[in-house]
Design a protein. Structure first.
Length: 94
């Protein structure tokens, strides 16, 4: 279970992905959360990665992604691919 601060960081990451197509940087999150330094956000992010809420891509300024969010995106892409394949097969038969 996420505490209020971690939930706010998590929501900030999801909002960034939905609004801009990518998660915010650690500095952007720190500024939005009004932390005095990025290390406060980094500590929360590390705990969320450890607890399985986020995945982290090393050496990327925007490398934190919600795990369930990525699952939903993958499922959405899989559904889109299935529909596209079916449509192509229908049009090929005509």
């Amino acid at each position: 279970m996420l505490d209020d601060t971690k939930k706010a960081v998590y929501d900030l990451i999801c909002e960034g992905i939905l609004k801009y197509g990518c998660p915010p940087t650690v500095r952007e999150m720190s500024k939005a959360m009004k932390f005095s330094s990025p290390s406060g956000v980094v500590n929360h992010l590390k705990i969320m990665v450890r607890d399985g809420y986020l995945s982290h891509t090393d050496k990327s300024a925007r490398g934190y992604f919600p795990i369930d969010f990525m699952k939903r995106v993958k499922e959405s892409l899989r559904i889109t691919q299935d529909i596209s394949t079916e449509d192509l097969e229908k049009h090929a038969k005509l």
